[in-house]
Design a protein around this ligand. Structure first.
Ligand SMILES: Nc1ncnc2c1ncn2[C@@H]1O[C@H](COP(=O)(O)OP(=O)(O)OP(=O)(O)O)[C@@H](O)[C@H]1O
Length: 646
């Protein structure tokens, strides 16, 4: 098989209109793409499988929330302040780069140059390692000393973890410039990725195009819990467009400014993150690049069953582990090569402060290892912050089988003395005292007791007040609870559909050797944009009734077909549909008009069988629904040979 060539694949995707830059007549806009018919069908099939694999299989509650989101929601979620990337500018040309991506690109090219230098002997003795450029021609062969090489490898392994100033230091230390022009770069500055807008004519209500679908799900939590008859755990799910004003989108569909996401929010009791169906997946092996491997600067994942990974606490809990395994099953069902799939754990400084564990499903393509699904345990963060901001309780209330009796240190304030004594400061002091933890109350109690009934409290606003036992009583009290109230934790698998779609295309793309190399996209039948090609041998009118009859029967079976009755040779028509990834082709020839038999060709093997139409339609249905395989069919029926040459 010929070596992978991205330019040829891109040419094919353009020619067959899988997708193309939007508004190209106006010069196009980086990071915006339109999908053509096969791209649309492929995306619809991926989403269909996603719905079946997750929403139906797990009884998830699907919601469709608005894209336009008010400022306050995204301020509360932290996006207004923190949804940023670091950007640098070429101080001469003004060209803009995302700082971490630029460093990654330059260091990878230098390492590639080192490899080339070792293998080719073309080392230029005068070239400095800092001259290595990412020109289209590729890396300049320049040897690196072992310490520099190790340092580059370590930076690359930790590239997602650096702060802006740290990225700036790396740029200076390793003399990183604009790879195309050699221009100097400015210090990194933070750039918020959300598209801002205003809602309504007055312009007073600020809003954003959502950068993820999650917030709508959190804000519907109460209604969803009620819909689920107050039963926990449960998951919501949402498919929809998200928007990110990416600093410098240069990797095709992998980094765009508008994309389809499919997200799940699985709400779980923080005291028990076991999953009732974990046993079903526990023996599935995953390639795990955990944080300890990365902190050693290594990139080789370890292969482990998810059962073992959870048992050894490499993956924090069963629910998170369950979803990692289910994500792998989904991706491989689509046709992603399992050897080019790994799960990378976030390092602690890469993870949001509230998250307790986070893994990315990364898929390898010609762009490197790219995160296609993020899977995070977000603890109770989202529901807590929205609840605090709005005053709406986002909690689960569960009747306890046995009442819970417990003791607690509590504070009682005699308001008749407290109010007049502290007057305008009474409210602030009261809310401070009521917010003290049990341990803080115990400390205050002992301070008061050891100080002759008085103690000084220092408020965060800098004011100090003297409090005493004449109006404060601190002591243990017994409580009986019949209901447990808690804020659920959230486990969030978040899928970027465009990234999965593009990676899948790379994984199933190959070229058939022959007189000329012909491209094939070997999509599994269930995701292939078109399932069956219908080709009359020529445009002879005698074939028309059979074409009409078979196509209408295939449509009745809900099998998406393409009829190709063009005057091209049969071989040319087969190969055009191999490029679309159409797995099966029914051919009508002169024998068909005599005896009612047709042939069925399979895309990857190009093998054909000949049977009566009824039999062939049954076989196609079984194949498309993946109830049988071509191998099984070949074992049962005799091969038919057709000349496919042009
Ligand atoms: N600009 C984008 N273009 C296409 N898909 C994206 C983009 N940004 C994120 N995604 C997809 O959405 C998923 C969830 O988003 P998440 O916020 O976890 O990504 P991220 O960590 O910001 O990604 P990255 O670090 O690559 O920018 C990702 O796994 C990815 O598949």
């Amino acid at each position: 098989m010929a070596e992978f060539n991205r330019a040829s694949l891109e040419e094919l995707l353009k020619k067959r209109f899988f997708f193309a830059p939007s508004f190209s007549a106006y010069g196009g806009v980086a990071g915006l793409y339109d999908y053509g018919p096969p791209g649309c069908a492929l995306q619809a099939n991926i989403l269909d499988l996603w719905r079946k694999h997750f929403v139906l299989e797990e009884d998830m509650l699907e919601v469709d929330c608005t894209i336009m989101t008010p400022h306050d929601v995204l301020e509360t979620s932290g996006h207004v302040e923190k949804f940023t990337d670091w950007m640098v500018r070429d101080s001469q040309s003004g060209e803009i780069f995302r700082a971490d991506h630029l460093i990654e690109n330059v260091l990878e090219t230098r390492l590639e140059g080192d490899k080339k230098a070792k293998s080719t002997d073309t080392l230029s003795a005068t070239a400095s390692k800092n001259n290595t450029k990412t020109k289209k021609g590729g890396a300049v062969p320049v040897l690196l000393d072992s310490a520099t090489k190790a340092e580059y490898e370590e930076i690359l392994a930790k590239i997602d973890n650096y702060t802006g100033p740290e990225l700036g230091e790396i740029i200076k230390k390793h003399n990183i410039k604009n790879p195309e022009t050699g221009g100097d770069l400015t210090d990194p500055v933070e750039f918020n990725l959300m598209f801002e807008s205003s809602i309504g004519p007055t312009g007073s209500l600020k809003g954003y195009l959502r950068p993820e679908t999650a917030q709508g799900q959190f804000l519907n939590f109460k209604k969803l819990l009620e819909f689920n008859n107050d039963k926990m755990p449960f998951a919501s799910a949402s498919i929809g467009r998200s928007f990110r004003n990416e600093i410098s989108p240069r990797s095709g569909l992998l980094r765009v400014r508008e994309f389809v996401m499919a997200e799940i929010e699985h709400f779980v009791d923080p005291l028990s993150k076991d999953h009732p169906r974990f046993d079903e997946v526990k023996d599935i092996k995953l390639r795990l690049l955990d944080s300890s491997i990365q902190s050693e600067g290594k990139t080789e994942p370890k292969e482990l069953t998810i059962g073992k990974a959870v048992e050894e606490k490499i993956v924090d809990n069963q629910t998170l582990g369950y979803f990692l395994a289910r994500i792998q099953l989904f991706l491989t069902k689509l046709g992603i090569n399992p050897q080019r799939l790994r799960f990378r754990q976030h390092m602690s400084n890469e993870m949001a402060h509230y998250a307790c564990d986070c893994w990315d499903a990364e898929i390898q393509s010609s762009y490197g290892w790219i995160e296609c699904v993020g899977c995070a345990d977000r603890s109770a963060f989202d529901l807590t912050v929205h609840s605090n901001r709005t005053g709406e309780k986002l909690v689960v209330r569960e009747s306890l089988p046995e009442p819970r009796v417990y003791e607690k240190t509590v504070l009682d304030i005699n308001k008749r003395i407290f109010g007049p004594r502290f007057r305008q400061n009474a409210k602030t002091l009261e809310s401070y005292l009521l917010g003290l933890s049990e341990a803080e109350l115990e400390k205050l109690k002992s301070d008061i007791e050891s100080n002759g009934g008085k103690a000084t409290v220092n408020l965060p606003n800098g004011n100090s007040y003297e409090v005493g036992s004449d109006f404060l009583t601190i002591g243990r009290q017994t409580f009986t609870e019949h209901v447990r109230e808690y804020i659920p934790n959230v486990i969030e698998p978040s899928f970027g559909i465009g990234r999965i779609l593009y990676s899948l295309i790379e994984h199933v793309y190959w070229t058939r050797e022959g007189d000329e190399q012909r491209a094939v996209l070997s999509f599994p039948p269930r995701v292939a944009p078109f399932k069956c090609l219908l080709v009359p041998l020529s445009n002879n009118a005698a074939f028309a009734p059979l074409v009409r009859d078979i196509s209408s029967r295939l449509r009745k079976l809900n099998i998406p077909i393409k009829v190709d009755d063009s005057s091209n040779s049969i071989g040319r028509r087969y190969s055009r549909n191999d490029e679309l990834g159409t797995p099966f082709a029914i051919t009508i020839d002169f024998q068909s008009t005599n005896d009612g038999t047709v042939t069925l060709r399979e895309r990857d093997s190009t093998k054909q069988i000949r049977e009566p139409v009824d039999v062939i339609l049954d076989i196609v249905k079984e194949l498309v629904e993946e109830n049988t395989t071509w191998k099984n069919v070949m074992e049962k029926y005799t091969t038919f040979v057709r000349q496919e040459l042009d």
